[in-house]
Design a protein around this ligand. Structure first.
Ligand code: HEC
Ligand code: HEC
Ligand code: HEC
Ligand code: HEC
Length: 384
């Protein structure tokens, strides 16, 4: 009798455990789309629930109606206009209202201005915003190899808040006590690297510095072979960041048969290569030089400014805002001296909401643009 009861109890317990275990499974099931040759493991895994949440979270402020480019230029009317001088006064006002909606909707114009003297540069945010205008124009004009006609505006990064949701600071050196020395950010959960125990700050080395990104040596023998396990670990840290920022697997860009071979990689690896160079320029030429402008409460633990990585624009999606064209209503952000009436490239022909990574054609090695990584000096990542 008691044995029977024990068996029943055990059965009940195992059913309860099964329920608990299954509750951890993803509902609905993930969607798997083959993106390359069969049998090569080229599969994109997406969770429809997460994608639906990401789409629902996007609330791009509606573009204001375009205004005609007539009348005297802003430079003739206002006192202290250094970037937007070619715009008409109407276009200038339209852009001011738009950047308020993109960056400081709750704080309003006075987030950057003193209300009785709009020409004054006394508020640091105005000085930063002026540089941001130039940065946005530079991204849209010189880096359209990455951002294409989709382009970016302030909302791509800011999403209605003064500080973008995803930025990075340098880590203060993680020195372990006594003999073990600097652990180079290893042996702990690194949130920047997909919670793996990889070097937890791949950004300083790769998205500010130009440390070579490599996982394997280019020669069979150690002669001239400078690719070390440490270098591979740093490279993997960056790759984990790129995958999580875009919400994709490694095989979104790589053919797992050979991670280094460009001929066999998917076409998406090429824009990623350009992106790494673009982000280095954004951080070195636009953000770092602003260090003296920001108040100390905006700086990181080692006194550096907040910087950009792939997540700042992408925020978990393979194209920021699922590829919504951000430049089409604001041609004045297309490049320096551009005005609202200037012609810009036509926006991406694919309607934003129907773009789906699964619909991308499988990589045809012959169709991959021949972009060879530029040779770079071999520099070991900064570890002691
Ligand atoms: C995110 C920062 C920011 C916000 C918010 C902002 N502005 Fe500006 N504003 C600027 C910058 C930067 C300039 C200088 C542009 C240049 O140098 O080309 C400027 C310049 C101006 C000027 C020219 C002043 C002069 O005489 O030189 C006017 C007028 C102006 N803004 C009005 C507004 C109004 C009205 C609002 C709210 C609807 C607003 N701005 C919101 C950043 C901002
Ligand atoms: C590529 C991403 C990106 C784009 C595009 C971008 N910004 Fe920024 N912005 C940043 C980062 C990163 C910071 C630094 C965050 C901080 O303030 O600590 C920043 C800071 C600012 C600040 C200072 C906010 C504060 O409270 O300290 C202002 C103002 C600003 N941006 C305005 C703009 C305007 C206006 C545009 C469009 C013309 C723009 N940004 C486009 C990334 C971007
Ligand atoms: C968004 C596209 C993209 C994703 C996703 C991605 N990679 Fe990469 N990967 C690249 C690019 C681009 C390079 C070359 C970077 C360079 O040379 O500047 C690269 C380089 C590498 C290398 C170095 C190859 C060599 O030449 O030695 C390895 C290894 C690698 N990736 C592994 C991974 C792994 C593992 C993942 C998943 C965690 C991953 N990648 C995800 C684009 C991507
Ligand atoms: C300044 C904003 C910005 C930053 C920062 C940025 N991207 Fe992008 N990225 C874009 C835009 C905009 C597009 C869409 C271009 C288009 O419509 O073809 C894009 C597209 C891509 C694509 C093509 C996706 C596809 O399915 O065709 C890849 C891959 C990519 N980005 C990788 C990266 C990586 C890796 C990083 C970081 C090293 C990065 N991006 C940083 C703005 C950005």
């Amino acid at each position: 009798m008691s044995t029977l009861r024990a068996v029943r109890a055990a059965q009940g317990l195992s059913i309860a455990l099964m329920v608990v275990a299954l509750a951890g499974c993803e509902i609905p099931a993930t969607q798997k789309d083959q993106s390359g040759y069969r049998g090569t493991g080229l599969v994109n895994v997406q969770n429809p629930r997460i994608v639906a949440e990401q789409r629902a979270a996007i609330k791009i402020p509606a573009a204001l109606p375009r205004v005609p480019s007539v009348g005297p230029p802003a430079s003739a009317v206002y006192q202290n206009v250094q970037v937007l001088g070619d715009l008409s006064v109407g276009e200038f006002a339209r852009l001011m209202v738009s950047i308020t909606a993109w960056v400081s909707p709750e704080q309003g114009c006075n987030y950057c201005h003193i209300s009785d003297n709009l020409a004054s540069d006394a508020v640091y945010t105005k000085v930063v915003a002026r540089r941001m205008l130039q940065m946005t124009q530079q991204i849209n004009s010189e880096w359209n190899v990455h951002v294409a006609a989709t382009g970016v505006n302030c909302y791509t990064c800011h999403r209605g808040q003064p500080v973008p949701g995803q930025v990075w600071f340098k880590e203060v050196d993680n020195v372990r006590s006594s003999f073990a020395g600097n652990r180079a950010g290893q042996n702990m959960v690194g949130t920047a690297v997909g919670t793996a125990s990889l070097p937890s700050d791949p950004f300083s080395a790769f998205l500010e510095g130009s440390t070579e990104i490599r996982g394997m040596s280019t020669t069979a023998l150690p002669t001239g072979n400078r690719a070390s396990i440490k270098q591979a670990e740093w490279t993997f840290g960056l790759m984990m960041h790129m995958s999580t920022s875009l919400g994709v697997n490694c095989t979104y860009c790589h053919n797992s048969r050979s991670f280094n071979e460009w001929d066999e990689s998917r076409a998406q690896r090429t824009p990623a290569w350009h992106a790494i160079r673009m982000v280095r320029e954004i951080n070195n030429d636009y953000l770092n030089p602003l260090v003296g402008v920001f108040p100390t409460n905006r700086l990181g633990p080692s006194g550096d400014v907040a910087k950009v990585n792939c997540g700042t624009c992408h925020q978990g999606v393979y194209k920021p805002l699922f590829g919504t064209p951000m430049l089409v209503d604001h041609p004045e952000l297309a490049g320096p001296g551009a005005t609202s009436s200037a012609a810009i490239n036509t926006p991406s022909p694919v309607p934003a909401q129907s773009v789906d990574p699964a619909a991308e054609p499988a990589a045809d090695p012959a169709a991959i643009p021949a972009v060879e990584p530029l040779p770079q000096p071999v520099v070991e990542p900064p570890v002691s």
